[in-house]
Design a protein around this ligand. Sequence first.
Ligand SMILES: Cc1ncc(Cc2csc(CCOP(=O)(O)OP(=O)(O)O)c2C)c(N)n1
Length: 540
Amino acid sequence: MTLAEALLHSLKRYGAEEIFGIPGDFVLPFFRVIEQSGILPFYTLSHEPGIGFAADAAARCRGSLGVAVVTYGAGAFNMVNSVACAYAEKSPLVVISGAPGLSENQGDLLLHHQVKTLGSQYEVFKEFTCDQLVLDDLRSAPEQIARVLRNCLEQSRPVYIEFPRDLVDAPCDTVPLLAPSSADPQALAACAEDILARIGAAQRPVILAGVEVRRYGLEEKVAELSRRLNLPVATSFMGRGLFSGSDCPFIGAYIGMAGDAAVCEAVEGSDQLLMLGVIVCDTNFGVSARRLDIRHTVNATDREVQVGYHCYRGLSLAELVDELLRQTQANTNHADPVKPSYPRGLEADRSPIVPTDIARAVNDLFDRHGPLMIASDIGDCLFTAMDMDNTQLVAPGYYATMGFGVPAGLGLQAATGQRPLILVGDGAFQMTGWELGNCRRYGWDPIVLLFNNSCWGMLATFQPESEFNQLDDWHFADLCGPLGGDGVRVSSRAELQVALEQAVATRGRFQLIEIMLAEDARSATLQQFVEAHGRRLAKQ
Ligand SMILES: Cc1ncc(Cc2csc(CCOP(=O)(O)OP(=O)(O)O)c2C)c(N)n1
């Protein structure tokens, strides 16, 4: 077996199911093996940021490895932002970059794509990957690849593999499948006992579930735990979309004072908050009315469990949840607290469209035709998604980079074969929306809701006096035909409803609905976010 084949087989054994990439001369030999071996299906897009976002979304929705393959220098550096997003949001992304051959880095000539030194790229990627490897030693390559892929999965963070192009066809042994790391069983048992004792003594315990619950495929187990302990479950802003198919006492997404008051009270008023896989960041807690009280908080993330002032290290979230289930009994009479309700019943008249109308129209559509997975960019489209039914959702809610939505939606369809709904603002669409031009080649047919307010609306909300936030009207719908899709511009609620039905009825071509938003229209959540943000600033 060659080194390239060993690497591809190991990616598949560790859970990867496809590759996204853009070739270049330093990675052409590896791409040849990818294409000819057929070990994993692979998809090319038009710009490396989209490659990273698509592979990240595939990883998130499947809870396993996403793979992005790029060329050295211009390709890899072009993808820095999307790898940083995957690191910040704990997505198990494998970045593979072609590189100059070992025989090429002896000369006295600078190589094209070289920046400072030939090792500069490796040094840069160390900053936002949890493990790295240069494939320059055939003897140790199998063990090193196994180590890096296991770290990618267990830490749920990106890893970086640099592949010298003259070693692609070198002979290599099979990469071993390493057993998962395991926690100290006594520490694990003590930690679970500590947590259960605190929950048993509490009056208002609640579970707050975050992204790691999805990354490690723990939704059903956490749902079972909530039933056994009779605990209400909220998700963090970033955890939105969790438990969409679960039977558990789910009460909604917690976004502090910007969200549902009952959920806010349940989380902030809890005398024992059990946080599972939550990133403690400003977008999850930025507009909290009250600060978390560490004495009454359990925080299990990043293979550590903070129980009040106790800290247990080396415990994965999966091991902790399993141990909590081992120490509890099934409970058939768990209460079903009031499930969150989402706006429905769009008045399909000639009124101009505000974001909440879009949420209503989508929820009505889901009632008629079934739910769709959602890939959302940042901006008010993501805040609007908070009012959509709790379906599976991928979005950069913490790292908050624009450009994620469209490529991520393509990654979802490549990874699952299911048609996604993509939410994107006009500003973010200008960045990566053109990746839709790749749908025809692969038969992808997402439904794209483009929130067109002809401005960088989020920025205009916080700094309305700045003219630079105003954008030109690009007439995006008119540009869809040559790209292989159908586009329609809508300005009234009635037109929106018709366009959605038409989009659902049309398969095999992407469907873009350019929604011309009413002047200064904002989602209810963004409005509350702005007001809550103002109240917090006033308190400081
Ligand atoms: C890659 C990157 N560059 C700049 C920025 C900074 C920013 C955050 S929000 C925003 C405006 C988004 O406009 P859009 O029309 O997409 O959506 P909406 O606000 O609802 O009108 C910008 C420029 C970020 N976050 N990422």
